[in-house]
Design a protein around this ligand. Structure first.
Ligand code: SF4
Ligand code: SF4
Length: 379
């Protein structure tokens, strides 16, 4: 085992291979406050990549309702049970990762789902976390009945458990952009990766007898365009770009700004130790700090407070970075807020988006004498 730096844990940890960061690391940010669970992302991915034989059960992108939803069944609860107690001391994780908790002779803890675990991808959808007593009150104040939608894709982790586990070295992380891929020619379908990935985002194809996973739409990414699930997001919750390590973070990179500067975007289950590269803006209405810390690590509540300030108009730079989500199909490498406008540029310096921080409201007279019609205002 090597010792590697995991900045999400605030410390070094054990991993099978030495630290080897790609030149660029592509990353995504999902704002859970805006997701409406329309599943457009799920279908955009399904129709693009997994409509073939042996792929029927696969959802490389899925959206589950937390706290009760899960795909495959109870994926996170089972992993957390195996991991045991998890502790944060300030911003440092002092518990064990899935690599450090491995029993003698194994590289990590893990479990293998069976076919039925994938049979109910919408289990728990729209279920709240407490029973609503309809006989007495629908709501109580302050109301603490909550749920939220959690979209999930492969995290293209910095320390992928799937890659570490593979005994044929069939899984690799591209040095140019950090995308994690399975070499379909080398893979023999041993399914050790299937057991190892704590997020359960690698899948076994029973027809081709090899493993498959999200490819971050790399043919589009190579042309400077965002993946399909990002471009099709109805709720405009998804930002896509590249993330730096904290020491190299750039204020004019919208992903760095959200992750490192304002720290509103947090990794999912950072305590697993994989340094995942998909980040989440935590849901502002969830009342349980313990639950938020379990999902998004130590800074979840701080992220919510900072996010609220932007919504109240106190932080135009943050508002501008958030408004870039799904504003263009192109990958934004640089951004700037000028006055009441946010502008985004592609890697080659071309301006690809320019949007106002506030959409102007136009109120029309109820009666239009030129056309002799009455109109509704629908702003
Ligand atoms: S989320 Fe799972 S499948 Fe994706 S890179 Fe990480 S360990 Fe591998
Ligand atoms: S398309 Fe966007 S809003 Fe709709 S479910 Fe997916 S992430 Fe949520």
């Amino acid at each position: 085992m090597a010792r590697v730096k995991n900045w999400q844990l605030g410390r070094e940890m054990s991993y099978w291979y030495p630290e080897a960061r790609p030149k660029k690391q592509f990353a995504a940010i999902f704002d859970t406050n805006k997701c409406i669970a329309c599943q457009t992302c799920t279908l955009a991915c399904k129709t693009t990549w997994t409509s073939g034989r042996g792929q029927e059960y696969m959802l490389w992108n899925n959206v589950e309702t937390k706290p009760w939803g899960s795909y495959p069944l109870a994926w996170d609860v089972r992993e957390l049970d195996l991991l045991g107690p998890q502790h944060w001391t300030g911003d440092t994780y002092t518990g064990k990762t899935i690599f450090e908790a491995a029993p003698e002779g194994k590289k990590n803890i893990g479990w293998t789902p069976n076919d039925m675990d994938y049979a109910y991808p919408n289990r728990g959808e729209d279920e709240v976390n407490v029973t609503i007593n309809v006989k007495r009150y629908h709501l109580k104040l302050p109301h603490d009945m909550w749920f939220f939608y959690l979209p999930r894709v492969c995290n293209h982790c910095t320390y992928p458990a799937c890659l570490q586990a593979c005994t044929r070295q069939s899984i690799y992380k591209r040095p140019e952009d950090g995308i994690v891929l399975v070499d379909q020619e080398r893979c023999r379908g041993y399914r050790i990766c299937f057991e190892a990935c704590p997020y359960k985002k690698i899948f076994y194809n029973h027809t081709t007898r090899v493993s498959e996973k999200c490819v971050f739409c790399f043919p589009a990414v190579e042309q400077g365009y965002q993946p399909r699930c990002m471009r099709n997001c109805i709720g405009k919750i998804r930002s896509f770009g590249f993330v730096s390590t904290p020491a190299n973070a750039r204020e004019d990179n919208p992903i760095d700004f959200l992750v490192h500067v304002r720290k509103v975007a947090k990794p999912l289950y950072p305590q697993f130790g994989l340094e995942p590269n998909v980040y989440y803006i935590p849901p502002i209405h969830v009342s349980s700090n313990d639950f938020l810390t379990m999902l998004f690590g130590a800074g979840a509540r701080h992220a919510i407070d900072t996010y609220r300030a932007a919504m109240e108009g106190d932080d135009p730079e943050l508002l501008g970075a958030l408004l870039l989500a799904v504003s263009t199909d192109r990958i934004i490498h640089r951004y700037q807020v000028t006055g009441d406008t946010v502008i985004g540029w592609a890697e080659d310096g071309e301006e690809v988006v320019r949007i106002p921080l506030k959409v102007p409201t136009i109120e029309r007279a109820p009666f239009d004498p030129d056309l002799n019609v009455y109109r509704h205002n629908i702003t």
